[in-house]
Ligand binder design. Structure first.
Ligand code: COA
Ligand code: AMP
Length: 629
């Protein structure tokens, strides 16, 4: 059935559509209501249904005769190791680790923080939580201790799972000191810390609180899956918002399992047994959905790659992994391809591998620029699919659904809305806009299953952040338009969130840190276009009266502060000192206008501007740095 019919059916009759998709999942008890819309905007999917996500991702494949199939391949180029775990072994490991968690007091409804590198034990820990009905919250390893502490205080975990260390690029990082520091900063105390020991770095264990993973699992009894309600939370994933406090996106069990399972065939066109590789990190939503849950729910083999696209050892790393493991589908961020293109512009390394197994490349996380798109198409000679989504939705909103019908590509557009997502464009007043008119991208409620159920412990913030600006719609905070053929174009965030190398960060959070510097009177951080990473943060800083500073020295101090508070992943390096910041007459800093200038986009001089000369000064300063071209 072609895309148009399936899409229309998903919007006109979501109950029937998703009830059918739900039949692919094993339930202890079938759902009574497919979508409970009695309390908008809090929609609940598959109410009355009882299931276990871990059962669906692991145990049922063993029961269906897939025990010998490889579930996870771990490829760690710097340590020189490749290991393979079958579904049978995964079941055994998850059941035992769930036993270890239970021995340490973790039960259904408890929260657990996971701070792990790209090793299979990260998936084991996530699945073990799901097995018990506990709620995990994975924190990306590139975040600094204070960010981890913030999440510990908000999620209030009973226990924290980590590893002694990670391989980051070619560096070795010790994780345990970071965890200890975070636990010292946090107000909330965990009962236990479980540390997976890696042989290249030792971890100091605090007696009575810290335990070695390997010791615990050796003594732990395997435990079975605990049935949970479809609406019970599976995980919390913190994501950057416009302030220093991240948003705790909460995902349910039932809707998540149904939607992700459905997406594997329909969006990605993969079948059970196929090798699916998402070159991201478990700390991001892509890692949750497409390294761990979706490939396993669909009975695929997933690749845990603990390396980079370049430097581990070279720009041929991705091609080596595809060829060596028989990868059919690769999912990564455009930045990875820009990095490869920079090192190997002719793609010579690619031609040294047999990529006959490779069928399609999926890119997301940031805008796919046409140059990178064409480079990848020419090099690989397979479909290159841009698709747009967010941590909040957990899976693609707009994509070329190859499993349904491959549509012609228009470079610069992620193609058309995925079934379930009724995407519209509205102006500031909420009026629907016509074809090719740029505005706010919104999604008519209800959102499909698998999308955020709420924000953890903060229904009010959920409503305020997403549901109140345009009543009846979910506000994506992305700007864009839909053309006359129904193709969606995403032009970038309308708020203070930026995408650095496909990683979502908050400029507001950086401003909060910079503002604490003794010499800084006020500041604005904006995302400026960068050829490799898509965007990089640039700080515009006004010094306190009477202060004068060497600009390089100040920039280094501020970079150090952001690195220490948020982490290296913020990539904050550039500071420009200006005399004044452009503001409206009511004193609001004109961030959106400066963003447009820094990205070389057209902008209209705001009618409310206080003093246009200040904007000229800032434009000159940005030009001096090579931005605003
Ligand atoms: N733990 C600790 N530190 C981390 C980390 C982690 N998991 N991930 C990144 N960092 C550090 C890096 O080491 C680097 O530190 P440095 O400033 O000391 O060099 C910093 O954070 C910035 O990392 P990154 O932006 O990744 O830059 P890079 O120069 O190391 O690598 C790319 C550049 C393009 C190769 C890399 O960004 C990449 O592979 N991008 C692909 C995008 C991607 O996978 N996105 C995920 C969403 S789909
Ligand atoms: P994250 O929540 O980290 O996945 O980041 C979501 C944001 O990344 C979106 O709101 C977009 O701004 C951006 N984004 C993700 N995918 C795309 C894409 N394919 N095209 C353009 N922007 C994208």
């Amino acid at each position: 059935m072609p895309y148009n019919d399936i899409f229309a059916r998903s919007i006109s009759n979501p109950e029937t559509f998703w009830a059918e998709a739900g039949r692919a999942i094993d339930w202890y008890q079938e759902p009574e209501v497919i979508i409970d819309d009695t309390n908008p905007p809090f929609y609940r999917w598959f109410t009355g249904g009882r299931l276990n996500t871990c059962y669906n991702a692991v145990d049922r494949h063993v029961a269906d005769g897939r025990a010998e199939q490889v579930a996870i391949i771990h490829d760690s180029p710097v340590t020189g190791t490749i290991s393979r775990i079958t579904y049978g072994e995964l079941q055994e490991r998850v059941a035992r680790f769930a036993g270890a968690l239970r021995d340490k007091g973790v039960d259904k409804g408890d929260t657990v923080i996971i701070y792990m590198p790209m090793i299979p034990e990260a998936a084991v820990a996530m699945l073990a939580c799901a097995r018990l009905g506990a709620i995990h919250s994975v924190v990306f390893g590139g975040f600094a201790p204070s960010e981890l502490a913030q999440r510990i205080d908000h999620a209030r975990p009973k226990l924290l799972v980590t590893a002694s260390g990670a391989i980051e690029g070619t560096k070795t990082l010790a994780y345990k000191p970071l965890v200890d520091k975070a636990l010292d900063i946090a107000g909330h105390a965990v009962d236990s810390v479980i540390v997976f020991g890696r042989d290249f770095v030792e971890a100091d264990l605090r007696p009575g609180r810290d335990y070695l993973w390997q010791d615990l699992v050796a003594a732990a009894p395997p435990v079975d899956c605990v049935p949970v309600e479809a609406t019970d939370p599976l995980y919390i994933l913190y994501t950057s918002g416009t302030t220093g406090m991240p948003k705790g996106v909460m995902r349910d069990n039932g809707g998540h399992a149904v939607a992700l399972h459905w997406s594997m065939k329909n969006v990605y066109n993969v079948e059970p047994g196929d090798v699916f590789w998402s070159a991201s990190d478990v700390g991001w939503v892509v890692g949750h959905s497409y390294i761990v849950y979706a490939p396993l729910l669909a009975g695929c083999t997933t690749v845990f790659y603990e390396g980079k696209p370049i430097g581990t050892p070279d720009a041929g790393a991705f091609w080596r992994v595809i060829a060596e493991h028989g990868v059919k589908t690769l999912f990564t961020a455009p930045t990875a391809f820009r990095a490869i293109k920079k090192e190997d512009p002719q793609g010579e390394l690619c031609r040294t591998y047999d990529l006959s197994c490779f069928e399609a490349l999926y890119l997301a996380g940031e805008r796919l620029d046409p140059d990178t798109y064409h480079w990848a198409v020419d090099l690989l000679d397979v479909p290159v699919i841009d698709h747009w989504w967010q941590t909040e939705t957990g899976w693609a909103i707009v994509a070329n659904c190859r499993g349904i019908q491959e549509l012609p590509v228009k470079a610069g557009s992620p193609t058309k809305p995925v079934p379930g997502y009724d995407v519209r464009i509205v102006d500031e007043s909420g009026k629907l806009l016509g074809a090719n008119q740029e505005g706010n991208v919104v999604i008519k409620l209800p959102l499909p299953p698998g999308t955020l159920a709420s924000l953890w412990r903060d229904d009010e913030k959920f409503e305020k952040s997403y549901m109140t600006t345009f009543p009846g719609y979910y506000e994506t905070s992305d700007g864009g338009y839909i053309d006359e053929d129904g193709y969606v174009y995403i032009m970038g965030r309308m708020d203070d969130v930026i995408n650095i190398a496909g990683h979502r960060l908050s400029t507001g959070a950086m401003e909060e840190i910079i503002a604490t510097h003794a010499d800084v009177a006020e500041c604005a951080v904006i995302g400026a276009a960068d050829q490799l990473k898509g965007q990089l943060p640039v700080g515009l800083v006004v010094l306190k009266a009477g202060r004068s500073r060497d600009s390089d020295e100040l920039a280094a101090e501020l970079a150090g502060m952001v690195r220490a508070s948020i982490g290296p992943i913020a990539c904050y390096r550039t500071t420009v000192v200006v005399d004044r910041l452009p503001k409206t007459r009511s004193g609001k800093i004109l961030r959106a206008t400066m963003r447009a200038i820094a990205n070389g986009k057209e902008y209209r001089m705001p009618s409310t501007i206080d003093d246009p000369v200040i904007l000229d000064e800032v434009t000159d300063a940005l030009k001096g740095l090579g931005f605003a071209g």
